[in-house]
Write a protein that binds this ligand. Sequence first.
Ligand code: RET
Length: 289
Amino acid sequence: MDLDELISALGNATFENYVGASTGFSEIAYQFSSHVLTFGFAVMLAALLYFVLTIKTVAPKYRISSVLSVVVMVSAFLLLMIQQQNWTNAMVYDLEAGRYVLGDGRDLFNNGYRYLNWLIDVPMLLFQILFVVTLTTSKFSSVRNGFWISGTLMILTGYYGQYFEVTSPGTFFFWGIVSTLFFIHILYLMRKVIKEGQVGAPPKAQQYLGLIWIIFLFSWMLYPIAYVMPYIFGITEAALNEWAVMLRHVTYTVADIASKVIYGILLTLTAQEMSKADGYDYEKMENAI
Ligand code: RET
């Protein structure tokens, strides 16, 4: 089938399905993708225990941050597990071709479960830092509202746009750009929160906050990169290849681990330093846990 025939058969299905229906996937590409997706949700369950078990190492006023990490881990674990199952359900092994191909009459693959996960996790991750830092000039409620309104709109516009990644590049990029405007607003707010949070914080906490900004910027930028991944490789018959699919799974998984788990751990470490400065030092307590 050429690209036009594929488009009439698959319509608004995402790029992964187009590869599945044209070249299909080699054993390594298919299994590797499945393993990366599995790794992603296994990390969430493991990290859930970290956030539960370390909750008493920070003073009570910082504990909501750990609670929010727990909420993030549970939702990510469930939705990423379903995302992985969606991958294995969509593809079947074709004995004649010796490759995994898009299964006829099966569910197609779609990254939508990720977007649902972000809808829960993005506001939680953004609120989380507000329970660790003390804002000096900004108002808590206006930052909080900016975070969740821009966060939600960023995801919903991207969710709609991703349906058009093959059929209508114009629509795909239009919604991608609208989504990016909300993203820029979030980056602006986060930078402000971190700068204000550093003022008056203990030196080690200041360092952690600097690191949090770097991890935040790096990991959140990976999501739009994964969104445009098919275009980095090109959407032509020749470019329908399994590398773009594998790289997209990897990019999303690295982004998820960095933006949820590493970020959450760094916030716990920051809160531990702040707790110590407030006179709550878990290392010196006998009945802390
Ligand atoms: C989209 C659409 C294309 C443009 C941009 C996007 C940004 C997505 C981001 C998602 C962050 C998700 C996180 C999830 C953690 O659980 C929607 C891909 C800018 C930044 C942090």
